[in-house]
Design a protein around this ligand. Sequence first.
Ligand SMILES: Cc1ncc(COP(=O)(O)O)c(C=O)c1O
Length: 443
Amino acid sequence: MTPIAAGQKANDLDAYWMPFTANRQFKENPRMIVGAEGMYFKTSDGRDLLDGIAGLWCCNAGHNRPRIVKAIQKQASELDYAPAFQMGHPKQFELASRLAALMPGDLNRIFFTNSGSEAVETALKMAIAYHRLRGEGHRTRLIGREKGYHGVNFGGMSVGGMPANRKMFGSLVAGVDHLRHTHGIEENRYSQGIPSHGDRLADDLERLCELHDGSTIAAVIVEPLAGSAGVILPPEGYLQRLRKICDKHGILLIFDEVITGFGRLGTPFAVDKFGVEPDMVTAAKALTNGVIPMGAVFVQDKIHDAFMQGPANMVEFFHGYTYSGNPMACAAALGTLDTYEEEGLLTRAAELSDYWQQAVHSLKGLPHVIDLRNLGLIAGIELEPFAGAPTKRAFEVFLKAYEAGLLIRTTGDTIALSPPLIIEKSQIDFAFETLATIIKNLE
Ligand SMILES: Cc1ncc(COP(=O)(O)O)c(C=O)c1O
């Protein structure tokens, strides 16, 4: 690396290789955030930016929340780090108990990771090992879904179904197959809330069970509602059907709730919203309000118990991270859960969802808008792509919204909105009025 020369600024933009970012374009015209409070970011040019996406689907309680800030400060002065293996600290156990109490059914065992990607890797490994421990070592196949996003590590990328995230990285993990996605069903266009058509797409799992034989499949992983590929909702009855087919063939069902967890759909988890209990749930993001990296896998008792055999002095699961259950992350998560509970945030999206739905569908009929989708406090606004230049139109809206004081996210030509759950109606109005004006004036 060349040393910083005299006269050269230490904060040059060159050294930092930004993730999932058009680096060269960004560095030509950087968009810098220097502060945050409540529903707003502060930009380096002194403007307030309404946070329309809860950071990256993670700051469900909004920004710089006092309980979380205090919890972190106190923790840093008491216990900065504790070894994650063969040692414990009280907050890991407290947090796991509180999370288990929040989740319905038998999903009572919690394994901590540092991100959604790691939670997914952990769940996939647990699934394969669980079957082996039960004498079904032939169940090694993993099934994901087209357009799914399960993070960027090898397992998650392999079960994921976003072509751009996969194509550069070789042959990926072997023994993976994919269900068809549920996007683009003509009759579902402009559905308000859960769409009515397409539950039969779950039967695609039967096709894969015929092809591979159901007895070779360890687990199916899906997002109950897919966010990253552009807000794709499960058709009514789809998840229930998937559960039934998994049960029929002895396959574990994993819900990836990295974005749907912690109140996004108006219930604590999508598990509550859809009334379907999977065998494992992965979570991250809003677990700590995005403040400190942390992920978790919620595991059914039966899976956990299958590991608890053999000599008691032996490690049962050869897996874990240096920062699993890190004290600072646990403190942040506990402060976050306190904030959610005190302010009723885990169900606030349900109170606002009618208002939100109306606001989303007020965009119907605007030029270039070809579909609108919503559930809880999530919206997908799908635009007709420019001929020969996919993603360009939506990215133009992103840049114009940024200039107008609104932060949105785009994937492909879909705009995704998922604001902090503390949003006020007047701020919903601002977001959709701003977007309507921008969309009306697009080329
Ligand atoms: C459903 C889902 N799973 C996994 C991940 C990966 O999480 P992380 O970026 O924390 O690794 C994401 C991130 O957006 C996600 O939406």
